[in-house]
Design a protein around this ligand. Structure first.
Ligand code: FE
Length: 259
């Protein structure tokens, strides 16, 4: 029988002595392995539930697109004296913001949650999602149609086109204001570019918007009462007269040129 060397005996002795420690470590490692496996399975299940959108916690982990209130290019008192700071505080700060908040609350879990504002407007059926999305877009378009003290139309291509169709700027303004005055209840008056390049004045009710038509919107005036009631009470005609002092014709020209 072969004699075991001193070094080997020391190794065997060491292994025997530490056998329990080794086994203990293996058990600990096995426990950790089970724990990590459990975590991985849990992680996969959680992801599955989130993807299926059954988890009530989803509201704390918004996965849908967030729509935001646009930042105005002028101060809240920038449209005075024609539209007051108080009107902007309510019209922009409360009404427009409410449409944004409503939309963000309505779309999670729907087919619209990752669509752009324009995509929602073009595809949503009549109802709250369409109404709030269109009102967000219409108001942003309205604020961007205005600039403090306005700017002159003379010398612009859009001015020439208006003269061709309405003979004078005053005639055009009167025609636009007539459409705005005849908009029953709440709505919007629009100057639009038709597919053939000609101009037209149209009215939409409530959240209606030319985005759902073949026309390209160029200019709008909000004729919901919340747009003018603080400054003009029920005098819509007076609000419409003052509106022209704020129109950003450079923006209208850009829109006509598709910029
Ligand atoms: Fe409004």
């Amino acid at each position: 029988m072969r004699r075991i060397g001193r070094r080997t005996r020391r190794k065997i002795f060491f292994i025997e002595k530490n056998k329990e420690v080794y086994e203990g470590n293996i058990r600990i490692i096995a426990k950790f392995a089970k724990y990590f496996a459990f975590c991985e399975v849990s992680h996969r299940i959680t992801r599955y539930i989130f993807n299926k959108k059954y988890n009530p916690l989803i509201s704390y982990f918004p996965l849908s697109m967030i729509h935001t209130l646009p930042i105005l290019s002028y101060a809240l008192d920038g449209l005075e004296p024609y539209i007051s700071k108080e009107t902007l505080e309510h019209h922009y700060g409360k009404h427009h913001k409410a449409y944004v908040d409503n939309l963000n609350n309505l779309i999670p879990g729907t087919e619209f949650e990752n669509k752009t504002l324009e995509e929602i407007i073009e595809t949503a059926p009549a109802g709250p999602i369409f109404n709030n999305a269109a009102q967000v877009w219409n108001h942003t378009f309205y604020w961007e149609s205005l600039t403090p003290q306005g700017n002159i139309i003379e010398g612009m291509n859009i001015g020439e086109l208006i003269l061709e169709q309405w003979d004078s700027l005053e005639t055009f303004k009167k025609a636009f204001n007539d459409v705005a005055m005849k908009t029953f209840g709440s709505g919007w008056a629009w100057l639009v570019k038709k597919p053939d390049g000609s101009l037209d004045i149209v009215s939409t009710s409530n959240a209606g918007t030319p985005l759902t038509t073949d026309n390209t919107p160029l200019l709008t005036c909000d004729v919901w009462e919340h747009a003018y009631y603080i400054d003009y009470r029920n005098r819509r005609a007076e609000y419409l007269e003052k509106f022209w002092n704020l129109v950003d014709w450079e923006k209208v020209e850009e829109r006509y040129n598709g910029i």
